[in-house]
Ligand binder design. Structure first.
Ligand code: SAH
Ligand code: SF4
Ligand code: F3S
Length: 476
């Protein structure tokens, strides 16, 4: 035990039998969050214990995101703070190591060390299986960089999560099934930071999911930069589509819900649409980023579809699953976006009636084709468009939430709520629902009647079952 400054004892690393305490901070998308889980799994095998407190850690991993300038630059200010902490620790005779992982590590490599020499290791997004080995090497030679795209597949070398690691995932867990992107939208760094599109073989995915659900995970969220382009090798030859993969996952009894994200509008195949109709465990909510409603801007973005194509896809999906809800991402202020182009985006939102969406101000990224375009939209106009789009999306979300009043949904409870005696979960349509009920219902699906609607979440009560308010666990 170490003494804290206030004299109390702390269980600061190293405890007997531990290699160290690792604090991992993620900045990016679902794939980035998933990577943090797998990094933790890998380090657990080497004796590292995860901590949620920086103060307890002797190894810090910044799992970075390069998608917009803000996200990318945040890392360097964080590194400055970590350098100060490292100096303090070293003066006290304690070890402290800093690792930069993720998409900034992949894109910037050595440049990170130049800007912050206190960093011990820079590791790209395809090399996490090498982390234990690289950490040992960095102990002798700090300032290592490993950001090449390896010939071997990291997924084949990452350990399957054991009981403790699986339990840390909670009720809903991400599982990456596809990585990288070949689409090269002109604004986007992902094809450069994650490399070419590649799908994991079916067998490894099923094994991983079986390990997760054996220890408490109930919902599987399949992730990929273009998850609906999934085409993974099957054991007996051939390739499975995402719909086939979802069907195989739905046969695992302990999996109660399946979702997937992010889908590209050009890859919404018929079998996937039909899977929403035929597979009860597949939830009726789809994240289908549109980016813009203007054909001129969609072409300049190289999205490979028009506004009419996008709307036709939405219509086709709604014909098969009438109650499905859609969410999206939008970029405002792409180079050359006029007021008319922006009006087309607003009208797309009016037409589709999204239940929720993210919107971003365009951020020029080094090395992308759009970064070379003249950026004619003034900053003040970009901000004003962002706030108009946000207001419209908020109104759509409020309308979506208000329509839930009096409805009864199957809610999968995920965690304690913000207030005591409250638990929080999700409806099939991704509403966030709070209910006064026992913590023992976390991980259970129950029928919930919605009694109040807020702008961001709903309030409900357990539905009446045989005259009393009880959870009716829904078996699938
Ligand atoms: N593969 C997904 C998107 C992954 S990136 C797709 O094709 O839709 C997540 C979101 O970040 C994108 O949908 C986009 O809205 C936003 N984004 C990506 N690059 C950006 C940039 N340079 N500036 C602003 N937003 C960006
Ligand atoms: Fe980026 Fe476009 Fe690929 Fe999505 S489809 S990851 S936006 S390049
Ligand atoms: Fe960011 Fe990399 Fe994801 S750039 S959005 S963490 S793929």
């Amino acid at each position: 035990m170490r003494q804290k400054q206030d004299g109390s004892s702390s269980n600061l690393y190293p405890q007997q039998g531990e290699a160290g305490r690792v604090f991992i901070k993620s900045y990016g998308c679902q794939m980035n969050v998933y990577d943090a889980d797998r990094i933790g799994d890998t380090l657990a095998v080497s004796g590292y214990v995860a901590t949620d407190h920086l103060a307890d850690a002797d190894l810090v991993i910044l799992n970075t995101c390069h998608i917009r300038e803000k996200a990318s630059e945040k890392v360097f200010s964080e590194l400055g703070r970590l350098r100060d902490l490292k100096e303090q620790r070293e003066m006290a005779g304690q070890g402290f190591r800093i690792v930069v992982a993720g998409c900034v590590a992949q894109a910037e490599g050595k440049e990170i060390l130049r800007r912050q020499p206190a960093v011990d290791l820079v590791i790209g997004s395809q090399n996490y299986h090498r982390l234990p080995d690289l950490l040992s090497r960095a102990e002798l030679f700090p300032g290592l960089v490993d950001n090449d795209f390896p010939v071997e597949d990291k997924f084949e070398h990452l350990p399957i999560p054991g009981p403790q690691r699986a339990a840390l995932r909670g009720v809903s867990a991400f599982v990456t099934v596809q990585e990288g992107c070949d689409k090269f939208c002109t604004f986007c760094v992902v094809p450069y930071t994650r490399g070419a599109e590649a799908s994991r073989p079916v067998q490894g995915i099923l094994q991983e999911i079986e390990a997760l659900v054996a220890f408490g995970v109930k919902e599987i969220v399949l992730t990929g930069q273009n998850v609906n382009a999934y085409s993974g090798a099957k054991v007996n030859g051939g390739f499975a589509s995402l719909a086939e993969l979802i069907n195989l996952i739905s046969n695992i009894k302990e999996v109660v819900r399946i979702r997937y994200t992010t889908s590209h509008p050009c890859d919404m195949q018929d079998d996937l649409i039909e899977a929403h109709r035929d597979i009860q465990k597949l939830m009726p909510n789809l994240h289908l980023p549109a980016q813009s409603g203007s054909d001129r801007i969609l072409a300049a973005m190289n999205r490979n579809h028009t506004r009419a194509d996008y709307l036709e896809t939405i219509k086709k999906i709604r014909r098969v699953i009438p109650n499905i809800t859609f969410t999206s991402d939008f970029i405002v202020g792409f180079p050359g976006e006029t007021e008319d182009d922006f009006a087309e985006t607003l009208s797309l939102v009016e037409t589709v009636e999204y239940s929720d969406a993210f919107c971003f101000i365009y951020s020029p990224r080094p090395g992308t084709p759009a970064a070379a375009l003249a950026d004619a939209v003034p900053e003040s106009v970009k901000k004003e468009r962002l706030s108009r789009l946000q207001s419209l999306l908020e109104a759509k979300k409020a309308k979506f939430n208000d329509a839930a009043l009096g409805e009864t949904f199957e809610v999968l409870f995920e965690k304690p709520g913000r207030h005591e005696d409250q638990i929080t979960g999700r409806s099939p349509f991704m509403h966030s629902v709070h209910v006064e009920a026992s913590l023992s219902l976390i991980g259970v699906i129950a029928d919930v009647e919605i009694i109040k609607c807020g702008s961001n979440s709903l309030h409900g009560r357990l539905a009446l079952v045989g005259g009393s308010r009880q959870p009716r666990e829904v078996n699938r």
